[in-house]
Design a protein around this ligand. Sequence first.
Ligand code: SAM
Length: 217
Amino acid sequence: MDFEAIAKKFGLKKRYVEHLLYYSYFYKPVNFDKIEIPKENLQWWAREILKLQRPTKERLPFYEKIWEKHKEFSDTIIDIGSGLNPISLLLIDWRPKEYIALDIADSIVNFLNKLDFLPIKAKKFDFLSEIPKEKGLILLWKVIPIMDKFYGFRYVKNYLESLRGNIISISFPRKSLSGKKLIGRAWRYYIKRASPYKIIDEFETDNEYFIIFDATE
Ligand SMILES: C[S@@+](CC[C@H](N)C(=O)[O-])C[C@H]1O[C@@H](n2cnc3c(N)ncnc32)[C@H](O)[C@@H]1O
């Protein structure tokens, strides 16, 4: 589904759905068609681009640690609701063979596909109606609260069960958008109830909690 189909299905206004799923994650409106793709100073450029979206900006001081915790699992990454996250590869030395970035927003998909210096293959995809076919390390970073908001706990549980055959990394915010409420503990409990898999690793940064599950069997 695209924004319009989701709005129709849930009896919501398209503008509200676009805001909730896309615009609210940016600090200001961004026209991706106007962003020039550089040939040098790629690390500096990556930092500037990652500052545009909230989750990636908050992660900037922690990307090295975060990738260090993930790169051993697979050289195929499937990033569900990727946003700008794939660009963080420019901050580290490691490269997967393939980085499949799945996002509902055409602007993000087109932009990521222009970055031919990274092994990114971006595709339009809706995690409210689709499950990825590829196998590898699946990232579900900061997307579970959206799934829960639209479809509830059962959908999340079934979604995780249908990702069997992969390593799954899930992240969620430790604080509410206003920064006042501590919500990490509730999500941690929620995810552990929703996932039938064994935990391989759990760690946190200032703003985010990560849980990695072995769903290969
Ligand atoms: C939810 S955040 C997550 C970003 C990324 N996972 C991270 O943690 O850095 C925003 C991204 O999710 C995408 N998104 C929102 N709803 C989606 C959906 N139903 N299917 C796929 N992508 C979606 C938005 O387009 C946006 O780029």
